[in-house]
Design a protein around this ligand. Structure first.
Ligand code: PXL
Length: 288
């Protein structure tokens, strides 16, 4: 992954601009996740999020009801207009994608931007199961998209789907986690952070692997028992911001893990409904 500084030196990014990050994810108006989280976090980190919705929802799907507008047909016109404006991106950051066609559209957009670092959060499932909308052909396409990534951030479920490994729970050892990361990298991905690895009863870790150098490490955090939606989006967004600003991998993963652990621990002490996600607003300025 080349840093923003290197992109400037190579002349692919204009030094006078605030680095742009193309964020491709759903827009859920309420529920602190996806594009809302990406745009607030990246902006407070001094970066310029450019938002491409994949779907527009009143609130995320964890609630009993919601409205849903599929945005697939608008995505190509959206990025063609961005091409007219000659936008160059420091990073392209993808999250929830809702159909095979959307994954194809995102892949075509990425091809137009060789200057950009690619961060793929392969949102496909949790707790051993793919999400209801995720068909086997979509999983296959997501595998190809992830192979294009400079950095991918699957959880254990998603890593198993990507590698055709049986899921045997999030409680796997560091060595098993690194070998899962290595298998993902064997398909093309440059670096992987495997999230939510339960290395001990009350310890969760994010496990990193770099295909080119073989470097690996884990960042351990005391587990917060309550599990909130949107925290995966917060982790990937902070990681995206840190890497774009030029942080090294260990610093970037540590910062993202620390932020998510902090907001989750704070929220767990309140009566906040699980679906409303974590109270992260008071802590945003610490990312600046
Ligand atoms: O990552 C949380 C999230 C994002 N987007 C949508 C969701 C959820 C969680 O349920 O439904 C549409």
């Amino acid at each position: 992954m080349i840093t923003y500084k290197e992109q400037i030196v190579k002349g692919v990014i204009d030094v006078r601009e605030i680095p742009k990050i193309a964020c491709i994810n759903d827009l859920s108006g309420f529920g602190r996740c996806s594009l809302v989280v990406a745009s607030t976090i990246l902006s407070v980190m001094g970066l310029q999020p450019c938002l491409m919705p994949t779907a527009v929802l009143s609130n995320h799907t964890g609630y009993d009801s919601y409205t849903f507008l599929d945005f697939t047909q608008y995505m190509k016109p959206f990025y063609e207009q961005w091409e007219k404006l000659n936008l160059k991106f420091a990073t392209i950051y993808t999250g929830f994608l809702g159909s095979e066609q959307q994954i194809d559209t995102v892949a075509a957009f990425i091809k137009l931007h060789p200057e950009a670092n690619i961060l793929v959060d392969p949102v496909m499932g949790d707790d051993g199961k793919p999400y209801a909308t995720y068909t086997p052909p979509m999983c296959e396409k997501m595998r190809h998209l992830t192979a294009e990534a400079d950095m991918a951030t699957p959880n254990v479920t998603e890593a198993c789907i990507l590698t055709d490994e049986p899921y045997q729970g999030d409680n796997i050892s560091f060595e098993t986690a690194v070998s899962l990361c290595r298998r993902i990298c064997a398909q093309g991905t440059r670096k992987v952070v495997l999230t939510g690895v339960q290395v001990e009863e009350d310890v969760v870790a994010n496990v990193f692997y770099n295909r080119e150098t073989g470097e690996n490490f884990m960042v351990r955090q005391k587990k917060v028992v309550k599990k909130y939606p949107g925290t995966g989006d917060m982790f990937a967004s902070v990681l995206c911001g840190e890497l774009t600003r030029g942080a090294d991998d260990l610093a970037a993963v540590s910062s993202a893990a620390k932020f998510v652990r902090k907001v989750a621990a704070y929220t767990a002490e309140t009566e906040t409904r699980i679906n409303d996600s974590v109270i992260y607003e008071p802590f945003l300025k610490e990312l600046g």
